[in-house]
Design a protein around this ligand. Structure first.
Ligand code: NAD
Ligand code: MG
Length: 390
């Protein structure tokens, strides 16, 4: 029997690569639901190819366009964010791939877990914002939460067969992004076009900016804490510009296991879909001749302050990572529009973290309120900073 999949964020970088994996294994998987925020055209094309039971377009202004294009098919068309929480609960859903971007992933992921559905999680912001709550629900409802993020998939793969062996430390590898080795004077005037040129990976705009600021690695440190039950002091970041070693686990005897492979997100996506099995494919293989040397260096957290801010948020705990994430989503959106400078992003995140009230054990409502409040403060700081620039 084919495994039925709900794909949240089907039109994005991870979403389209997940569909490539499904296309490569037509006898194993079937798309039950596809969702998108605004890209009606691509969602319609995907719906006509994969013939799901339903599609969701969260931008209600695009509903009529999608509905008209799918008239005459049996595909149900829904609109609005609340519909995401509905479709993840459909009968027969075997797996929900969470590939939307930002804290918008929190509510549908929680709804899916409560409905007893397994999750393949690309949307790291969900664990950054509400990791404690999400992991409690995962264990209460006995679902599998399978990492898609390449570093976390690497750690997950290194842990196979090690269930009785505690982790001493994990090393998350970071490419360093397009500005590795640059100083603050250089970074003060970089544009979003420069920041969008990632050396090794082609990804959505938000995560590409996060990679340039090292916030992506900061979010991944927090994600690793929750996925693998670690303390902050057990999570290290090592800059590895070749992106061949996807991450490493050190055990109590000092031995280290690493996972390597091509920089191709279809591999961790496929592993999350076929776990615990590995399934053949014809994706491009790793070639050692292309990598005569693999190098490792310390991250520069004085220049790229976001990584240090993420460790601070993790240590403070409670709703502080939620504040960090919300402020970051706002400054990245502003940076992409030219509304704030590269270095100011960290300043605004830090100030938002110092302004919003801390809550030690937040409920879902506390997280949602914190998210709204932090965004409002960060937005106001963006406007204030803009007037300074002018
Ligand atoms: P993307 O911007 O390319 O795609 C995002 C998808 O989510 C799109 O389908 C969009 O329509 C949908 N979406 C965006 N905002 C939404 C909202 N508010 N409500 C509902 N749907 C919304 O992003 P991406 O690069 O594919 O990243 C998706 C997630 O996966 C992010 O959390 C990212 O950090 C993570 N991730 C991505 C990569 C990668 O290679 N792209 C690697 C590791 C982890
Ligand atoms: Mg990653």
């Amino acid at each position: 029997m084919k495994r039925k999949i709900v794909l949240l964020g089907a039109t994005g970088s991870i979403g389209t690569q997940a569909l490539e994996v499904v296309r490569a294994h037509p006898n194993r998987f079937e798309m039950q639901v596809l969702t998108a925020a605004t890209n009606a055209e691509l969602l319609i094309q995907q719906a006509l190819e994969f013939r799901p039971q339903a599609v969701v377009i969260t931008d209600e202004g695009k509903y009529a366009e999608v509905k008209a294009a799918l008239t005459g098919t049996s595909i149900e068309v829904l609109a609005g964010s609340a519909a995401l929480e509905e479709v993840v609960q459909y009968d027969g859903v075997g797996l929900v791939i969470s590939a939307l971007v930002g804290s918008a992933g929190l509510r549908p992921t929680i709804a899916a877990i409560k409905a007893g559905k397994d999750i393949a999680l690309a949307n790291k912001e969900t664990l950054v914002v509400g990791g404690q709550l999400v992991m409690e629900l995962v264990s209460k409802h006995g679902v599998n939460l399978l990492p898609v993020d390449s570093e976390h998939s690497a750690i997950f793969q290194c842990l196979v067969g090690e269930s009785n062996n505690p982790i001493e430390r994990v090393y998350l590898t970071a490419s360093g992004g397009p500005f590795r080795g640059k100083d603050r004077a250089y970074l003060a005037s970089v544009s979003h076009e420069q920041a969008l040129c990632h050396p090794n990976w082609v990804m959505g705009a938000k995560i590409t900016i996060d990679s340039a600021t090292l916030m992506n690695k900061g979010l991944e440190v927090i994600e690793a804490k929750w996925l693998f039950g670690l303390e902050a002091r057990q999570i290290d970041v090592v800059v590895h510009p070749q992106s061949a070693v996807h991450s490493l686990v050190q055990f109590e005897d000092g031995s280290i296991k690493a996972q390597l492979g091509p920089a191709d997100m279809r591999l961790p996506i496929q592993y999350a879909l076929t776990y615990p099995n590995r399934v053949g494919n014809n994706f491009k293989r790793f070639n050692f001749a292309d990598f005569p040397s693999l190098t490792f260096e310390q991250p520069d957290t004085d220049t790229f302050r976001n990584l240090a801010l993420a460790y601070r948020a993790l240590e403070l705990g409670g709703n502080v990572p939620c504040i960090l994430n919300a402020a970051n989503e706002e400054v990245v959106a502003a940076f992409l529009k030219g509304g704030v400078g590269f270095l100011q992003m960290s300043d605004i995140i830090e100030e938002t973290m110092a302004t919003v009230g801390h809550i030690a054990k937040p409920s879902l409502d506390d997280y949602l309120r914190t998210d709204r409040e932090s965004r409002a403060i960060a937005k106001a700081l963006v406007i204030k900073n803009k007037t300074y620039i002018i």
